[in-house]
Write a protein that binds this ligand. Structure first.
Ligand code: GTP
Ligand code: MG
Length: 360
């Protein structure tokens, strides 16, 4: 297939600027995506990023600020809780969720008679985990055939690569997957998904750039039914809620699928870039109003110090977070687990040290 129309983000880069970058950075998006597969070409296979590694920036930032609060003499006072509240708010946990978290912590500290910094930090971790639990929900995609997922979100958040990552993971688990290229709006988006499909050996239903996105979704669903595919994932164009024509297009896709089977789409997954912080909450509200979002995928946690966003999202919306993205490889998309997330955000404090390191 000719490659001259492909999104430049997916192609090998070899600009003079790139030549300055470390080897890893110069690898193509495809190479980074497949980096966990056996060594390819001249590159060794890379290990997938762990949730803990992915949340390095968030953890370091949060623990540094907590360290500052605990600096000097340590007393459990109202002031300590006020300071902690401020730290949480500035760590993208949001005002309401921070208030709830600190209130929970205060009660725990009282009931468990906690007196040291390590105990307070452990209590905070336990309460974060409890607040995240509503986002960890069982998910059985095999109870419907095809199980239809509509991927939505604003521009550049990671819809297409997340579509490819989920497809690859499902396929590796033995599920039959089909993709639909319903981003007919952005030039080269169709070719981008087709290229992912070709490399992963997963069928992609597509029409030309500018075609009716709902017609693509309709065709894809028919095709998935005929072929007996277990999962159909529909990639859509990035859009802002203010682009009413594009929001109506999403509603039309929903309607067209629902006309064939009222239970479809089974999943409207909104992809949210963690780097956008609290702005992600308003993105979710707008899409929820327009197309009834049923789940979340939180991407690019590795690139930001905004892991706290998962807590405010869950406190406000109680939607399942199906996945978190901690890197570009397909294994860097992880199923969300409340305990792992809380563990990655707040380390166990060294009891002998009793206090985290402050930010200098
Ligand atoms: N580091 C990192 N990069 C990611 C993650 N998820 C996606 N990306 C990168 O984000 C960039 C944009 O991803 P796309 O999947 O093209 O985003 P999109 O939402 O489809 O973009 P549009 O179709 O233009 O709206 C790509 O370079 C991805 O590799 C993640 O979890 N971590
Ligand atoms: Mg895309």
């Amino acid at each position: 297939m000719p490659n001259n129309n492909i999104d430049p983000r997916m192609t090998e880069t070899n600009t003079p600027e790139d030549a300055q970058k470390p080897e890893q950075k110069r690898r193509s998006a495809f190479a980074r995506f497949f980096s966990r597969d056996k060594a390819q070409e001249d590159q060794p296979a890379a290990a997938p990023v762990s949730v803990e590694e992915g949340l390095d920036k968030s953890r370091n930032s949060l623990m540094g600020k907590i360290g500052n609060v605990f600096k000097g003499s340590f007393d459990i006072t109202d002031e300590l809780f006020d300071d902690l509240e401020e730290v949480l708010i500035t760590s993208d946990i949001g005002v309401e969720a921070s208030l709830e978290l600190v209130e929970r912590l205060r009660l725990r500290v009282q009931s468990e008679k906690i007196q040291d910094a390590a105990g307070v930090v452990a209590g905070l971790k336990a309460e974060i985990r409890t607040m995240l639990e509503p986002a960890q929900q069982p998910w059985d995609v095999l109870h419907q055939r095809p199980y239809v997922m509509l991927m939505v979100g604003v521009n550049g958040v990671g819809k297409t690569t997340t579509t490819a990552k989920i497809a690859k993971q499902f396929r590796d688990q033995g599920k039959t997957v089909m993709l639909a290229a319903a981003d007919t709006f952005r030039a080269a988006a169709v070719e981008q998904l087709q290229e992912w499909g070709r490399r992963m050996d997963i069928p992609v239903i597509a029409q030309s750039h500018g075609a009716d996105a709902a017609a693509v979704a309709h065709d894809a669903l028919n095709s998935a039914i005929v072929k007996g595919s277990q999962v159909l994932i529909i990639d859509t164009a990035g859009r802002l809620h203010t682009q009413s024509d594009l929001m109506e297009q999403l509603q039309k896709i929903n309607r067209v699928l629902g006309n064939l089977d009222p239970s479809m789409p089974h999943e409207v997954m909104q992809i949210l870039d963690a780097g956008t912080g609290q702005n992600a909450l308003s993105q979710l509200e707008h899409f929820q109003k327009a197309v009834g979002v049923t789940s979340i995928c939180l991407t690019k946690l590795d690139g930001s110090a905004k892991g706290g966003l998962a807590i405010s999202l869950t406190q406000k919306h109680k939607l399942p977070i199906r996945y978190i993205g901690v890197g570009e490889g397909y294994m860097d998309l992880k199923p969300f687990n409340a305990e792992d997330f809380a563990d990655a955000l707040i380390p166990d404090l060294d009891q002998t040290k009793s206090q985290p390191d402050p930010v200098n």
